[in-house]
Design a protein around this ligand. Sequence first.
Ligand SMILES: Nc1ncnc2c1ncn2[C@@H]1O[C@H](COP(=O)(O)OP(=O)(O)OP(=O)(O)O)[C@@H](O)[C@H]1O
Ligand SMILES: [Mg+2]
Length: 258
Amino acid sequence: MAKRIDVKDLNVFYGDFKAVEDVTMTVEPRSVTAFIGPSGCGKSTFLRTLNRMHEVIPGGRVQGSVMLDDQDLYASGIDPVAVRRTVGMVFQRPNPFPTMTIFDNVAAGLKLNGMRDKKKLTERVEKSLRGANLWNEVKDRLNKPGAGLSGGQQQRLCIARAIAVEPQVLLMDEPCSALDPISTLAIEDLVNELKSTYTIVIVTHNMQQAARVSDRTAFFNLAAQGKPGRLIEMDDTHKIFSNPTQRATEDYISGRFG
Ligand SMILES: Nc1ncnc2c1ncn2[C@@H]1O[C@H](COP(=O)(O)OP(=O)(O)OP(=O)(O)O)[C@@H](O)[C@H]1O
Ligand SMILES: [Mg+2]
């Protein structure tokens, strides 16, 4: 079920501005890959190209290729909506559907996929909310709007929504930045559990988190302000954190900049 991602010579643009340059990488199935690097180096931008969300932004375009197993995501005739169903995403800022109930926020994707059976829906919603460590807080108010939750709860709601449809790849952009330590650990446990089935990419500013949850780590950096971000180094996580090849990686993980 999990898929391999192969990115080749990828450049990512906002209009004339090249935000990310020349990325080539492989993300292994059934593993967790962490993206780290200073603010503005293009982690979110690059992540969004992996499920064709980048092109939703006006002026957003890419050059190069992204393969999901044998399928080129940018080939003509590929339906971006189907891509996003296969490659799920949790965004940096929580974006629940504000007027929808908590239940419907989680069930929305399932209903779109044609699940009508109320019992099945209810089971899957509960399982997803439990997985996102939100169930106990919302089980008595599933029919209240999602917008009525705290920021951290909204983030966990979005995680529940993303995992409810059981995507094959899950992209998570700083999913824990608004969470308390208990929910953070719960999400890390969830990631650990999900990786037996899915391919997971997680962007994080938290080095300990990258070290705890990921198998592979990719370090991105900017040569200078206004220059595109680049992939500097990608390797096994323990190697990146103990003995990186590049000086810039070492400076970043040891807190000397960024
Ligand atoms: N919608 C947009 N339009 C134009 N430029 C953008 C847009 N979004 C991001 N950028 C630019 O692209 C570059 C990369 O931004 P991006 O958000 O990918 O960085 P990031 O590594 O995710 O940073 P952070 O760690 O702060 O989230 C930055 O120079 C940013 O200003
Ligand atoms: Mg970002």
